[in-house]
Each structure stands twice: as C-alpha cells, then as structure tokens.
Design a binder for this molecule. Structure first.
Ligand code: NAD
Length: 348
C-alpha cells in the first residue's frame, strides 16, 4: 500500500497507524497541515473493506479539513481519524479508550470530534484518556452535536448560491431537492421550508423520509429519482461522491449546495457542472458551520451570537468565491481551493 506516493497524499505532515491487540483497535490518524493551528477533524468508524480504502478516505477527509478551516478563518489545521470497525458491533469502551490514547500520544497536534459512526457518547469515552477532544457540550450547551450549526451554515451558503445562480434574494417558491434527511439534511430542510421554498426529499431510510415529508408537507421520492427532480436547487446531504458524471448530466437544478463532504466524484466534475451552467457551491465552504462551532467551544469567550455571526460569514465568503469565479471564468471549486491555499500556504 503506497503512502508517500498515494494519489491523495498531498504533502501530509504526519500519518499514524495505531493498533491495540486487547481491544482490536485498528486506526489511522492523518494530519494534513498544522500551519494555522492544531489539526481538528472528526473520527469516522466504518467497516472498510481494506486498509487501503481506509487510508484513501482518511487522507482525502483530512486534506479537506485544512481547506475548510482555512476558508472559515479558524486558527486550526486539518486532520482526520478512522477506525476500521463496524460501529454497531465493534465499538467497545476498550476500543474507544485505546483510540483516546492514540490521540493523546500526538500531544495536541490532532484534536478529534464526531463523524459518521462516532457519537457524542463516544467522545465522552475518549475524553476519559485525552483532553484533545471537541464536539462535547460546553459553555452551558445541552449537546455537543455540531449538526444544527452545520445545517445553518449550509442554509446561509444556499442563500448566497441562489442569489448568484438564480438571481433571487429570497427562497419563496424556490424548489429544492434534499438528498439525505439525516442529522444535517433534516435541519436544513426545516430552514428552507420556513423560508417558503418547496421541497422534494429523499432518503434510503424510508421511515425517516416519510416522517419529515409529512412534517413539512414535502414531496418524497425514491433515492434513485432525486437527480431527475424538477427543482431549482439540488442539496446533497447524504454520502460523498454524489455528483458523478451521470448524475450531473441528469440534474434539472441550476444550483448545487449541500452538506455532504467530497461531493464531486472527481475534480473534473466541477468543470462539467460549469459547462452545464450549474452553479456548484464548494462543499467544504458550505458545511463549515459545525467546525466553526467546535472551534469556538475551545475559546473562553464563547458567545452564541458570535458563533452564529461567524457561521453567517460563510455567505460572504461564497459571495467572494462566486464573484471571482465569474470574473476569471473558473469553477467555484478551483477558486475556493486557491483562496484556501493562500491562507495555509502563504507565498514565501
Ligand atoms: P447522517 O448519517 O445523519 O445523515 C445522512 C442521511 O443520508 C441518512 O439519513 C441516510 O439514511 C441518508 N442516505 C445514505 N445514503 C443515501 C442515498 N444513497 N440516498 C439518499 N439518502 C441516503 O449524516 P449527517 O451528519 O447528516 O451528515 C450528512 C453529510 O454531511 C455527510 O456527508 C457528512 O460527512 C457531512 N457533514 C456533516 C457534518 C455534521 O455536522 N454532521 C459536518 C460537515 C459535513
């Protein structure tokens, strides 16, 4: 399994492979860049088919965190961790504590948090052995769950994208398709509904889909049909790689803006979207609300209004990205990458 020559290696500063015989832990922590501060990124627990697949995932996600924190103007770098395990079967207290020790060994260079497969309860277990944990309730919050903050950030992003892509200042009557009504997608759908938009929803979890569709008076469609929905905006809020060539060619939407990480199945998809006249909102810019809140949790002067104002700044960042993309005839994805790099790898 190549590491330094891996296609996703991209100058990672440190990659740690950890194992613990007693608990069966097999984990990888990837630290992409700490120029702006410690590398913060979630812990994904997933039954990867191979070590190689786990390595690819952690490298891609960790790099994305560097870009996300830089464009959200946070004093943080980018990192991520994965445990190769089935979260429903293998997540024992011993395994989580062993993971905590691995995080602790890095001396604060990496700070962990929730991601798919890991919960707030898991973070509390990890926090028994290391203080390098985010996403826990602090400053009087009832919960450490970042999803509501992520959803609010995506909502702000979506308003900016609608302004640029549809020339509309409000969402009244705008038709939006939400793919995945989990933690973030459901909150996002409620914000969009409250703003007067018309929703088309899908999810592989039929019960969750039916429940939310009824609550919001939305249309529910099968997962395979969402790309064909007659909508103005497509919001991918499920898994990564939602935007394949085939999906892009089917979309009726003129704007794409959602919460999912790594939405583009390949970098070239950004140009394909542009060629079809579809405005793509760079995923890591839109979905930074959660990490912004976690970053504020680490400060003594945490104030909810300041957190919300910081998250709303995502809209202004996107206004700048979309304007520059127009001026330079480039895709918003490539403009966002260049802006982020200016912030974590300043010239000289
Ligand atoms: P989640 O697991 O709560 O929700 C995902 C939903 O997508 C689930 O309801 C699942 O059933 C559904 N789904 C899975 N495959 C699907 C398919 N093929 N078609 C339709 N629906 C499908 O996860 P989440 O926390 O809501 O995160 C959603 C996305 O946003 C993920 O890509 C995640 O990495 C990203 N993200 C989340 C946060 C956060 O704060 N939770 C922050 C940044 C990015």
């Amino acid at each position: 399994m190549p590491v330094f020559d891996h296609p996703e290696f991209d100058h990672h500063q440190q990659i740690v492979f950890g194992s613990d015989e007693a608990s069966g832990l097999r984990a990888i922590i990837a630290i992409h860049d700490t120029t702006r501060g410690p590398a913060l990124g979630g812990l994904r627990i997933f039954p990867y088919d191979s070590d190689a697949e786990a390595l690819t995932d952690v490298l891609r996600l960790s790099r994305g965190m560097t870009y996300k924190s830089a464009l959200a103007d946070l004093p943080l770098g980018g990192g991520k961790a994965v445990i190769i395990a089935d979260p429903r079967r293998d997540k024992t207290p011993g395994l989580l504590r062993a993971m905590g020790r691995l995080v602790d060994d890095l001396g604060g260079a990496y700070i962990t948090a929730e991601d798919s497969g890991s919960s707030e309860a898991d973070m509390r277990r990890i926090a028994e052995v290391t203080e390098n944990v985010g996403g826990l309730p602090r400053h009087g919050a009832a919960s450490g769950d970042p999803s509501p903050f992520t959803a609010w950030g995506v909502y702000c992003a979506l308003k900016s994208a609608v302004r640029h892509g549809l020339g509309r200042d409000d969402l009244a009557g705008v038709r939006v398709a939400v793919q995945g009504v989990g933690n973030v997608g459901a909150h996002l759908a409620r914000h969009i509904h409250a703003a007067g938009a018309r929703l088309v929803l899908t999810d592989v979890d039929a019960a969750a889909l039916a429940h939310l569709a009824e609550e919001l008076g939305a249309e529910a469609v099968a997962p395979a049909a969402i790309a064909d929905a007659e909508v103005d905006v497509f919001a991918p809020c499920a898994l990564g790689a939602a935007l394949s060539e085939a999906v892009v060619d089917r979309l009726k939407a003129r704007v794409v803006c959602g919460a999912a990480n790594n939405q583009l199945a390949a970098p070239a998809i950004a140009e394909r979207l542009m060629a079809r006249g579809i405005l793509y909102t760079p995923d890591y810019v839109a979905n930074a609300g959660g990490v912004i809140e976690i970053a504020w949790q680490r400060r003594e002067d945490y104030r909810r209004e300041a957190v919300m104002a910081h998250i709303e700044g995502i809209g202004a960042t996107l206004d700048e990205i979309f304007a520059r993309a127009d001026r330079e005839g480039r895709s918003p994805a490539s403009v966002a990458d260049a802006l982020a790099r200016e912030r974590f790898r300043p010239a000289g």
